[in-house]
Unconditional design. Structure first.
Length: 115
């Protein structure tokens, strides 16, 4: 009986230690996840690629806290300032992907107001 309790405790410890922990996403990871969106936001043709929607969902899954959301926002702000893009196409991505994004993708994002 004691060995059974010990075995259960060990199994529980392994389960806790090996459980995945959501981590903040780096700006590089944000860029890599959103790379499939570039062709869409830089042109006037085509629909939002499924990989773009997947990337947006991945970024959102990692931006849980206010700090994470703001850091992601600053990253987006920096990225869109460096490329030529069609603003209305960038803003349409959340709707086209069927998701609620906490901020719009634009050069005038006010990251301070994100909670």
């Amino acid at each position: 009986m004691a060995s059974m309790k010990f075995t259960c405790i060990i199994i529980m410890c392994f389960a806790v230690v090996s459980a995945p922990i959501a981590q903040a996403i780096s700006c590089g990871q944000v860029g890599n996840n959103l790379k499939p969106c570039l062709r869409y936001i830089m042109s006037f043709w085509g629909g939002v690629p499924g990989l773009c929607c997947d990337g947006v969902k991945t970024v959102m899954a990692h931006a849980r806290t206010t700090t994470d959301k703001r850091d992601t926002c600053y990253c987006l702000q920096s990225m869109v300032a460096k490329i030529g893009f069609v603003p209305w196409r960038a803003k349409s991505i959340p709707h086209e992907c069927g998701i609620i994004f906490p901020y719009e993708i634009s050069t005038s994002i006010n990251c301070v107001n994100i909670n």
